[in-house]
Ligand binder design. Sequence first.
Ligand code: ADP
Length: 371
Amino acid sequence: SKVIEGEKLRKKLHNTILELKGNIRVFCRVRPLLPGENSSEDKSISYPTSMEFLGRGVELVQNGQKHSFTFDKVFMPEASQDDVFVEISQLVQSALDGYKVCVFAYGQTGSGKTYTMMGKPGIPEEQGLIPRCLEQIFQTKQSHQSQGWRYEMQVSMLEIYNEMIRDLLPSNRSNGDVARTENGSATKQYVIKHDPNGNTHVSDLTVVDVCSKREVSYLLKHASHSRLVGKTQMNEESSRSHFVFTMRISGISESTGQQIHGVLNLIDLAGSERLSKSGSTGDRLKETQSINKSLSSLCDVIFALAKKEEYVPYRNSKLTYLLQLSGDRRRRSLAGMVSPESTNWMFDCGAIDDIPVPYGNFQVSGSGFSW
Ligand code: ADP
């Protein structure tokens, strides 16, 4: 399989985003400096204040060179978890209306993907997108009941590591523990299939019926524990796998018989650090190559969809094949994360260093991003 290395991948991402123009919404969140981190002298980050780019632009200066980027929205370090959720909540409503939705968090390790998706456990204001989405979904479920709507929800949680799927929820057959071989790999096949109605099935994957946020929170805790166990068994570095949370929502109106089938996919992508930076040999090299391969395949898919090409190369990676959304009710959003002290922050924006990007070219429109 063709592995696209750091530089090439970055250029490709850059070109992909230039081509998107309105088919996807891309946000950039800059996390605050953490205690002990210092902003370095040869790097600075600022936000243009001109009306045209207010709230949408980022300017990065590195070694005296300035790079400017525009997104649909930029969240500055002081932005709260709720500020970010407000932008995503329309997509949650779409899933409740029967759309298939994907939200990706993209960026290098330490840039704030997991914080944005999950937040800090036990601190309500710092809850991430996933718990906030759950709150919205179950609240809507309850409020729509009075209008005669009945909903059923199912969740599954998995991660993709080295192009292999790992189920993160307990299956009945393996007594509450995810079945693994001695070397820690999953024993099950997890074959991905798409039926003619556009639904995705993963054989052997645990899918759980849920009716409250509390139940899903419990499953999320289990998934997080399974991830840790998997990482230890595989001698895996943290953040080297993609985490995929999927909720299927089926609704039926008791008065009209109208049915909806929505899907909400929330994805915490593996760290996007460069091949050279992770000092890769052996297992680490394999990890980095498969991450590059799947991020690169994700670009190919987005690119083909944005250009409305007939052939969309979903099959080139597990991630894209799993998230293949067919039919005309599809929506996606991409949140890029930047850490202010990062050594390769340009990459984290889903844009590219070395090539300054004029604002005009990088624009992605704030509406009509379905494909
Ligand atoms: P990633 O998942 O991209 O590897 P994390 O989400 O683990 O990164 O974030 C790295 C560290 O930064 C964590 O300690 C996290 O709590 C902190 N962090 C990230 N984003 C924010 C933020 N917006 N506000 C406060 N702390 C943050």
